[in-house]
Design a protein. Structure first.
Length: 200
């Protein structure tokens, strides 16, 4: 185990899960890099992220995702393809905070991480799909850059200021829940209009 107390460990697990729904490869790379450089002491279950091969692969995928996320349309395809990747990865990373020596706690963390990853992924996917209905790219770029900044910020807060992180997470989850509800209705209405416009 690392030198973190239980509150910090749950904060890190929640951050890994939530951020994985937005930028999975950035989460893997930044966490592994922080451990490698000695900025944080990673729990044993996350030591694999410090492996040079893992760092190299996650850096490559992080760069790919960075550019794919800036292109309207491509970002939506990328999100759809990663629906089955981000959620289980978020659960696995959250569980890795506690490792097999605390199997029951790791299971709780896995559920928490998976739910948070699903929430952030769904909010991101619906928001970007809605924004892509606009022809201008600037709102798309702005949302993408906001995600690029939010991930390292929330990861850092989880390690250094866990209670501030929990407050920020509560606000983020609330906002994301509202976005999912509102934008899902908007996208359904848009699809219905599109279907009606197609000649039989």
């Amino acid at each position: 185990m690392s030198g973190l107390d239980t509150t910090q460990l749950f904060a890190v697990a929640a951050a890994l899960g939530w951020a994985s729904g937005l930028r999975l490869y950035a989460v893997v790379f930044l966490t592994g890099l922080a451990g490698t450089l000695g900025w944080v002491q990673l729990p044993a279950g996350l030591h694999v992220l410090q492996n040079p091969l893992m760092l190299g692969a996650s850096a490559l995928m992080m760069a790919t995702e960075f550019f794919a996320d800036k292109i309207p349309g491509i970002d939506t395809v990328w999100d759809v393809l990663h629906t089955l990747v981000r959620i289980p990865a978020g659960a696995a990373l959250a569980a890795g905070v506690f490792g097999m020596d605390q199997a029951s706690t790791a299971a709780v963390a896995a559920v928490l991480g998976g739910l948070l990853a699903a929430t952030s992924h769904a909010a991101k996917a619906t928001t970007r799909a809605a924004v892509n209905t606009s022809p201008e790219p600037f709102s798309n770029w702005g949302l993408s850059l906001a995600g690029d900044g939010a991930v390292p910020l929330m990861l850092w807060l989880s390690w250094v200021h866990p209670w501030v992180f929990f407050a920020g997470l509560a606000v983020a989850v609330l906002v994301m829940g509202v976005l999912i509800w509102v934008l899902a209705k908007f996208l359904r209405q848009l699809l219905r209009r599109f279907a009606r416009a197609i000649p039989n």
